[in-house]
Design a protein around this ligand. Sequence first.
Ligand SMILES: [Zn+2]
Length: 327
Amino acid sequence: MNPTHFQDLSYDLTLIDTGYHRPGCTGSYLMESMGRAAFIETGHANAVPRLMDALEYRGLSPNTVDYVIVTHVHLDHAGGAGALLEKLPNALLVVHPAGAQHMVDPSRLIAGTRVVYGDDQFQKNFGSVVAVDPSRVIAVPDGYLLTLGDRQLTILDTPGHARHHICIWDAYSRGLFTGDAFGLSYRAFDGLEGPYIFPATTPIQFDPMTAIQTVDRLSALNPTQLFLTHFGMINWNTVVRDAMITQLKMIQSWRERTEWRGQTGPQRRRWIEAQVKQWIVEGLRTHMHGALTAQDRTLLNMDMELNAQGIDCWLAALEKQTAGYSA
Ligand SMILES: [Zn+2]
């Protein structure tokens, strides 16, 4: 066991660095109450030994885990669910109704992820994805209440990043486990003015208008903090809310731009990549007051690539709709 993978947060929460892609990129949370435990996010399948180590680190047996909750079924969040449940005899999987089928039969999820990442990267990034026994799945609607020890969790249906996305409101910490619904924020970029945060527009269901509604809804709860999967705890305030809304509105405004209309796929993609680079690199440069190193830029490469792909999917769908109407 390597304790540097674990960070004790307040409120009986442990942040586990799943080791996906690089340190400080993707987290899972271990929550405790009255001797009972839950994982929120599993990370990719190769992270399972680390999650089991986290239980040992906290002095908990595998029998104490009641729930494995995944915010959505993208494999950096839920890829380890099947393998983890095999090691936790009492745990049930908590997942959005639209994601449940993909946990029981992950074949389409695997095929889709291979398209996004490519075959080589898929194997390296995600390992083998194990199907979940349907009898161990709770498909949770909006407002569903879960009790862990004396802690009450409320499930919120939060589309925008993906249609199969939930967030979890934890009354005890006044905290929200946001998955990818409230963007990405890496601790390496924390500055005097707070965290740098930007939306995750990953393929294939990203929709900026819906994502704005979700950020508004989450913000209306007036949380004290956000527990992001990428990565860790940040304080919620109107500055982070406004940063998210402003960027999502900017992306939404791209639908009105004419440069990408009627372009071939590769041309449209190049235009989007240039916009995404400008948006994220310049945003970070402003946040860091110009002091951006080559390493800082490297930390953002994967997200910029995925964000460009997701926006491409969204604009391609809009283009198809327009073509459909005019036909
Ligand atoms: Zn993610």
